[in-house]
Design a protein around this ligand. Structure first.
Ligand code: NCD
Length: 314
C-alpha cells in the first residue's frame, strides 16, 4: 500500500493507516516547526496550483501558507472578474489550461461542475479536493480529526454532533465518513429540512434540539446556513429556524465541561453562532484553523514526494 493516494477526492480514498500517517506527520510539523522528514523531501522547484472556482478564505490561504512552509511554490488561480472566465471561457477549459502549464500538484475547489470533475479525474498529476459543491471536503475532515485528537486524546469513542444545515454540508459529509472510520459515533442536530436524507446518514442519531444533542455530545460542530445551496422553496424561513440550533451559551448549557466546540467557518455571527462562544474555554475554532495548515502541509508534501519517487517529473 502506498502511503498517499494519487487523488484525495474523498476521505474514502484513504485507508486507516494513511489517515494515521497524515495526522502524525501534521503533529510532527506542529511540534517541530515544519522540520522536514527525510521521506518528505520536496523538490525546490515543485509547484502546487490552487484552482479556486468558489469563494474561500481559510482553505485557500491555509494551503498557500502550508505550501510556503514546506518549500512548495503555490500559484493561485481564483475565479474572479480579472480572469478569462469573465470572457465566457468554461470552468473545465480554464482548468485544462492551468493543468497544461505543468504544475506538480493541484488543489481544486469548485461548485460541483460535472465537466470540472471529469477533468480532475483525468489529471495526470496528484490532486486534492478542496470542496466540490455539496460533495466532500477531505482536508477539512482531517484537520477536524487532528483537532479532536489534540484536545481529547483520541477520536475513537467520541460522540460527535453536526449542528444546523447538515443537509447541504460537504464538511459534515466528509467528517461523517472520517470520524466513523476512526471509531467515533456521529449524530445530527438540525431542523427537519436540514436533516440529510442520503444513505450515508441513515444510521446517524438525529436530535430535534441542540440542547438534547449537547447533553449527549463530546464534540459539537456548528455549520453555516448555506443559503447559496438552498432551493428557493425552503429559503425563506431558515434564519428563524436556525436560532434554535445556533451555537450560543443558552443552547449549549447542557454541554459537558470537557467537551469541545468546533465550526469549520465561516460563521455568520448571530445566525449559526453567537460570538460569545469564541471566549468559551471549550471553543477550538481557531485551533482548527491553525491545524489546517499542518494537515495541508502533511498531505501536500506527502503526495508530492510520492509522485516524485514514482517517477513524476518536476
Ligand atoms: C466550508 C466550505 O467552504 O466547505 N468552509 C471551509 O472550507 N472551512 C463551509 C461553508 O462554506 O460553510
Amino acid at each position: 500500500m502506498s502511503a498517499y493516494p494519487q487523488a484525495l477526492a474523498s476521505v474514502r480514498d484513504l485507508q486507516p493507516q494513511q489517515i494515521q500517517k497524515i495526522i502524525e506527520q501534521a503533529f510532527h510539523f506542529k511540534r517541530s516547526g515544519f522540520a522536514a522528514s527525510p521521506s518528505l523531501e520536496v523538490h525546490p522547484s515543485a509547484i502546487v496550483l490552487l484552482a479556486f472556482f468558489e469563494p474561500s478564505t481559510r482553505t485557500r490561504t491555509s494551503f498557500e501558507i502550508a505550501a510556503h512552509r514546506v518549500g512548495i511554490k503555490p500559484v493561485t488561480f481564483a475565479a474572479d472578474d480579472s480572469t478569462s472566465l469573465k470572457k465566457g471561457e468554461s470552468l473545465h477549459e480554464t482548468l485544462a489550461n492551468l493543468l497544461a502549464m505543468g504544475p506538480n500538484l493541484l488543489v481544486c475547489r469548485h461548485g460541483g461542475d460535472v465537466r470540472v470533475a471529469e477533468t480532475l479525474r483525468a489529471s495526470q498529476i496528484p490532486w486534492i479536493n478542496a470542496g466540490d459543491g455539496q460533495g466532500e471536503h477531505p482536508t477539512q475532515a482531517l484537520l477536524d480529526a487532528m483537532t479532536v485528537v489534540e484536545k481529547l486524546g483520541d477520536v475513537e469513542g467520541q460522540r460527535i454532533v453536526y449542528v444546523g444545515d447538515v443537509a447541504h454540508s460537504r464538511v459534515a459529509r466528509s467528517g461523517l465518513a472520517l470520524f466513523e472510520m476512526m471509531g467515533a459515533e456521529v449524530a445530527v442536530a438540525a431542523p427537519t429540512q436540514w436533516v440529510p436524507e442520503d444513505k450515508a446518514w441513515a444510521k446517524a442519531k438525529k436530535f430535534g434540539s441542540l440542547r438534547e444533542a449537547a447533553e449527549w455530545a463530546t464534540v459539537c460542530i456548528g455549520l453555516r446556513v448555506q443559503k447559496e445551496r438552498h432551493a428557493k422553496a425552503h429559503g425563506a424561513d431558515h434564519t428563524i429556524q436556525s436560532h434554535d440550533f445556533r451555537l450560543d451559551k443558552k443552547n449549549l448549557m447542557p454541554l459537558r465541561a470537557e467537551a469541545i466546540i468546533m465550526h469549520p467557518g465561516p460563521f455568520v455571527a448571530g445566525e449559526d453562532l453567537s460570538e460569545e462562544i469564541l471566549s468559551d474555554s471549550r471553543c477550538a475554532i481557531h485551533d482548527q484553523v491553525t491545524n489546517g495548515v499542518y494537515i495541508r502541509a502533511s498531505v501536500m508534501s506527502g503526495m508530492l514526494a510520492q509522485a516524485v519517487r514514482a517517477g513524476g517529473r518536476i
